[in-house]
Ligand binder design. Sequence first.
Ligand SMILES: CC(=O)[C@@H](O)[C@H](O)COP(=O)(O)O
Ligand SMILES: NCC(=O)COP(=O)(O)O
Length: 255
Amino acid sequence: MSEPTGAPIQLGVNIDHIATIRAARGTRYPEPIQAALVAEQAGADAITLHLREDRRHIQDRDVHLLKGILQTRMNLEMAATPEMVEIACAVRPSDCCLVPERREELTTEGGLDVAGHIDMLKEQTARLTDAGVRVSLFIDAEAVQLEAAAEIGAPVVEIHTGRYADARSLAARAEELRRIAEAVARGQALGLQVNAGHGLDYPTVEAIAALPGVRELNIGHAIVARALFSGLEGAVAEMKRLMVQAALLGQHART
Ligand SMILES: CC(=O)[C@@H](O)[C@H](O)COP(=O)(O)O
Ligand SMILES: NCC(=O)COP(=O)(O)O
């Protein structure tokens, strides 16, 4: 049976670590705004930025400036706190991805425990939705979290791919890929848009992009790292090429 041909897979370029380099010296460069425009020109379908409670990289001014400049979509990542929900309702990005946050963490460590915070997240989701923001929940590849996301009315989930990306053996990576594939299928069956992200790199992205039903990948650290040696435009273009090619080959193999 031929698979319904949906929209081509999309790439959200996360510019956090452009801002990390800026924060290293407290300078005005590199400018995340410039990075966002270069990434869009190179094929990014959205710009993702994580306004953390500790402002370790992305700053409030980045969010406000980009809102009026981006040609594609803003995907604002944030903790589900009153402060951040207020900022998001004022800025009104196209998308808002609610992520767990701990000040001590080096980077995001796991998915949001939606099932354990139904009432609070239902309220935050409703407030953001009423402000015209599409809500995504960053969750682990677990059925209980997918069902909770559907229950609170979030239209989008982003499956945490960190354990897949960081797997130390092919067997472990294959097991994580299986879990993610199951989660994508379950999310689709629940009527959710299913995105994925965290830790994806050039060698690991294709297997995720080839999964049927994955709509968008959010990738940042690996792109910024590659950009140091081959430029941001080329790093974005190559990631987008790998993803689209893998998705098309995966679709063709299933028909
Ligand atoms: C939620 C996620 O996996 C990333 O998008 C997040 O932005 C990681 O945080 P840092 O960018 O601060 O590492
Ligand atoms: N939500 C994942 C994201 O935006 C980018 O994560 P990473 O590629 O920087 O690990």
